[in-house]
Design a protein around this ligand. Structure first.
Ligand code: UD1
Length: 368
């Protein structure tokens, strides 16, 4: 039923949350006073390059609260977010907590809200890798079990939730809010000319991002990845913005110097949103273990290789440009991806990845 003013508390914590909350907050602000909203940043990510740059580039208002939890073990980080978030949500008492994605902050905030009886809407609900060794899969399962309104990006997500016994009344397919941000900022990203500024020719380089614990936390797999990147860089330049976790592991395992010294590999600090989109769009191919890049490449029709045994975003394979790859098949998969790009093979794009998902998020909250 429609209510006069809906009070919303948004929670973000880590890099992939920021491009999701930006269009939702902007859309709600444009709804003529129908929403009153506040933003909490848990401080899970705190480096300028992992957090502030996204607020600046995407015009997100400074958070009303920053919980400053920082980096810790999963248990300590989750517990700290819960302890620090509880008084904040108690004081504001929103009609809805809105959480996005699958990071520790998403799950921790949802746990607190459900225990004090505040309804939670989860944006990007229903995604499943069916791999519980991934911390994000645990976060997705817990968040979706507790949230009252499950706002999904694609039909496979609806199916997953139904299979888990979630009634249709809690599920709304709204589409992909990340694509809203992409549509709104693509032209700005293009005009920056980031690839040339970095010294690479458009459509000639491989754009790499890797940070999953399963890829970078073990000496053996990280060494194999580095060997592979060095091999790839003989065929095509590699642009690799390095996540802090990955940089730390490269240093720990003695692999940083060899990558830095390689003329074909441009190892750079994490890049902001606009540079990243600019680099994705003009890449010959993307190699990643990120969730968001699987979606952005699908929308931009850029061949993507995902270095993981599974994906919670299977629609990027069935209706997009994504393929799973392994270290043993990477070389051949990369050649095939570069060929696909060269022939200009057309990929479809999932329905409701249309730049208007946040409008449907706002509608769903007004109607719930
Ligand atoms: C988190 C998310 C992951 C998401 C990723 C995007 C969870 C469980 N994981 O993983 O889903 O894909 O963010 O980046 O929530 N660090 C810094 N500066 C920062 C943040 C982190 O140096 O601003 C370093 C710290 O050494 C930290 C490590 O990176 O220990 C990992 O950070 P953490 O937030 O625990 O997980 P991510 O790997 O970033």
């Amino acid at each position: 039923m429609d209510k006069d003013v809906v009070k919303v508390l948004h929670v973000v914590g880590a890099r992939p949350n920021f491009m999701k909350v930006a269009p939702i907050m902007r859309t709600m602000a444009a709804r003529g006073g129908r929403f009153e909203q506040r933003l909490v940043h848990t401080g899970q990510h705190y480096d300028e390059a992992m957090s502030q740059v996204f607020f600046d580039e995407l015009g997100i208002a400074p958070p009303d609260e920053n919980l400053e939890v920082g980096s810790k073990s999963h248990a300590a980080q989750t517990a700290d977010i819960m302890l620090r978030f509880e008084p904040v949500i108690e004081a504001y008492r929103p009609d809805w907590l809105v959480v996005v994605g699958d990071v520790n902050s998403t799950m921790a905030a949802t746990l607190v809200a459900s225990k004090i009886g505040v309804r939670t809407a989860h944006v990007e609900a229903g995604l499943r890798s069916f791999d519980r060794s991934m911390p994000e899969e645990i976060n997705r399962l817990v968040t979706d079990a507790l949230a009252d309104l499950l706002l999904t990006p694609s039909p496979d997500a609806d199916e997953n939730l139904r299979r888990e016994g979630v009634p249709d009344s809690r599920i709304r397919q709204v589409g992909n809010v990340m694509i809203d941000t992409l549509v709104a900022n693509l032209e700005r990203a293009r005009t920056r000319g980031t690839p040339r500024k970095m010294g690479v020719e458009p459509r000639r380089y491989v754009y790499v991002t890797l940070h999953r614990p399963s890829n970078v936390d073990a000496r053996e797999s990280l060494a194999a990845i580095v060997a592979c990147l060095l091999e790839v860089s003989r065929v095509s330049p590699v642009v690799f913005p390095v996540h802090p976790r990955t940089r730390q592991r490269l240093a720990d395992f003695g692999q940083l110097d060899v990558l830095t010294a390689s003329p074909g590999v441009k190892l750079v600090e994490p890049v902001g949103y606009l540079d990243s989109i600019g680099l994705v769009e003009a890449a010959a191919c993307v190699l990643t273990d990120s969730g968001g890049l699987q979606e952005e490449t699908t929308f931009l029709r850029v061949p993507c290789l995902t270095l993981r045994p599974n994906t919670e975003r299977p629609i990027t394979i069935s209706e997009g440009s994504n393929r799973l790859t392994t270290l043993s098949t990477l070389r051949g998969d990369l050649e095939a991806a570069l060929a696909r790009r060269a022939t200009g093979e057309e990929f479809p794009c999932p329905a409701l990845w249309d730049g208007k998902a946040s409008e449907r998020v706002a509608d769903a909250l007004l109607q719930a």
